[in-house]
Design a binder for this molecule. Structure first.
Ligand SMILES: [Zn+2]
Length: 285
């Protein structure tokens, strides 16, 4: 059955890209609402459903926008929501971005679990991939969805950098057998210090620090405690993909494979899934 949170719960943090403090509250929502962001600092309050139709920007994060109000960096929270399995939720924000917390989905998982789960008397919807769908570019970057009875995700990145070895650049997860909470949710976003000035000139990464990202110089990881997983970089790309794909509106059953792809290509993949009609909607009880 569908579910929402049992209680209202709040958290505060800073926006990774905007650098501004943000206050966030999760509220129970009725069946078939889906995930709806609400900019409570706008008058009147602006609602932005977490739906691919409202994706407005995919540079460095996924941003959704409707009626002139936007919410940036939705992917880590949506990944946590998908991981916990929440179907309906209001996410109230007093600013233009979901707080980055520690750069992973783990704090959101903790907050959602603390709120408790309330079951609703309406069947959950699952999107089952029926035909392979793939998007790629001229550089060989691609991502694809394949039919599968389970929910499997594989990711491969390819950075020419001393901190990235063959083993660290690959990750895979079978969400039917392995744990999103243990194996995926703690993987943090990462970035190169050499790109920070350029990003800040574009008003991006204004809130970035080693408290909310894995930072790399030309040689190594700068965080004093090192990495949380051997393949934390590739695992974070899986975390991102789970969040971006949740903008379809329901859990997707199938196999996702990504090679060096990111938010832009995840959106193109969802567009192609819809355009090709390569899926069916299942009601599960
Ligand atoms: Zn991310």
């Amino acid at each position: 059955m569908q579910c929402t949170v049992a209680n209202r719960v709040s958290a505060a943090g800073v926006g990774l890209h905007s650098g501004v403090p943000i206050y966030m509250t999760f509220m129970p929502a009725p069946p078939d609402t889906g995930i709806v962001f609400r900019r409570v600092d706008c008058r009147p309050v602006k609602e932005i459903p977490a739906n691919m139709a409202f994706i407005s920007d995919t540079r460095m994060c996924t941003t959704i926008e409707r009626h002139g109000a936007r919410v940036a960096t939705v992917e880590h929270l949506l990944s946590a929501i998908a991981g916990v399995g929440i179907d309906n939720l209001y996410v109230d924000l007093n600013g233009p971005e979901v707080p980055i917390m520690d750069g992973s989905a783990s704090p959101f998982v903790f907050i959602l679990q603390s709120a408790g789960i309330s079951w609703q008397k309406v069947p959950k919807k699952i999107i089952r991939v029926t035909e392979p769908v793939m998007v790629s570019d001229e550089k060989g970057v691609y991502c694809r969805l394949l039919p599968d009875e389970g929910r499997k995700i594989e990711f491969c990145i390819d950075f020419d950098h001393p901190a990235f070895s063959d083993k660290t650049q690959r990750a895979s997860i079978d969400l039917e057998r392995e744990s999103y909470f243990i194996d995926v949710s703690r993987a943090r976003t990462f970035g190169f210090v050499s790109q920070l000035d350029m990003l800040k000139k574009q008003n991006l990464a204004l809130g970035a620090s080693l408290d909310n990202a894995v930072g790399l110089d030309d040689q190594s990881v700068l965080n004093p405690d090192g990495l949380r997983y051997r393949n934390e970089f590739a695992m974070h790309k899986i975390l991102d993909a789970i969040g971006d794909l949740h903008l379809f509106g329901s859990t997707i059953q199938g196999r996702f494979e990504g090679y060096c792809s990111g938010h832009r290509m995840n959106k193109l993949l969802l567009d192609k899934l819809v355009a090709s009609g390569s899926y069916e909607v299942l009601n599960v009880v």
